[in-house]
Structures are given as structure tokens and as C-alpha cells.
Design a protein around this ligand. Structure first.
Ligand SMILES: [Zn+2]
Ligand SMILES: [Zn+2]
Length: 131
């Protein structure tokens, strides 16, 4: 299977030749800031299946001290992917075009969710990380 994605302004596009895995949403305060939203929505890519199609030169990165980081479009600000030690680790589900063919399986760190977020009933959730 093949998936495609891109940023808000359309200058950066990518393709993934394979399925995404381990989709999750983290509600911690750091992910809220990083994703500018109530939570992250993120899935891992199988190594070797991800390819930038356009605009790779417009990417800008923010890396935390543990080697994990995020890459953004320097033109429109969309958060496109997560990197680990310089390599693509996963993608933000919001930037995948159409159906990413994966569903969020875990909502983590709901114990530190935003005061204004209402978490739906019946989802798999963890107060902190998955046990
Ligand atoms: Zn853009
Ligand atoms: Zn988080």
C-alpha cells in the first residue's frame, strides 16, 4: 500500500510505501505545544518506507536532548514528522492525505490533558505512558 501526505501550504509532500503502525495520541502538555492541539496524533513508519517527494529543503527541525525531534514546514508551520537520531521515525496523522489506514489505538498521558479537553468514553486510555 502507498500513502501520501504534505503540509498546509502544499510545498512539502511525501509518500510512504507501506503501512503505518502504532498510532497513538498523547495528551501531555509538551505534545499539546508541539502539535498546537489538544493532543498529538502520530503513527510510526516502517524504516525504509518513507520518501520526501518535494520541498525537503523547506524542512526545519526541533530536536530534544534525547535525540527525538519534530520536523516542520518553514513556510506554513505544519508539523510533518517525528525524527529519532536524524532518521524519520513517524508522521503526524493530520498531515496524511485521506485515510491513513490506521486508527489511534492508545490515548496516553490523559492524566495531564488540557482542562478544556473532553475525552470520549470507550477509548483505550492511560493516565501516563502505556503500561
Ligand atoms: Zn508548508
Ligand atoms: Zn506527549
Amino acid at each position: 500500500m502507498s500513502l501520501s501526505g504534505g503540509c498546509f501550504c502544499g510545498k512539502i509532500t511525501y509518500e510512504i510505501n507501506g503501512a503505518l503502525r502504532d498510532a497513538r495520541s498523547c495528551h501531555c502538555s509538551r505534545c499539546r505545544k508541539a502539535f498546537s492541539a489538544q493532543a498529538s496524533a502520530y503513527a510510526e513508519v516502517v524504516p525504509g518506507t518513507f520518501k520526501w517527494l518535494s520541498g525537503e529543503n523547506l524542512l526545519t527541525s526541533y530536536e530534544s536532548k534525547q535525540g527525538f525531534g519534530l520536523q516542520f514546514c518553514s513556510c506554513c508551520g505544519s508539523t510533518l514528522c517525528g525524527i529519532y537520531q536524524g532518521k524519520i521515525h513517524g508522521v503526524t496523522l493530520g498531515c496524511v492525505d485521506g485515510d491513513p489506514k490506521v486508527e489511534i489505538g492508545q490515548h496516553i498521558f490523559v492524566g495531564s490533558k488540557a482542562a478544556w479537553e473532553k475525552i470520549p468514553e470507550g477509548i483505550t486510555q492511560f493516565q501516563e505512558g502505556p503500561s
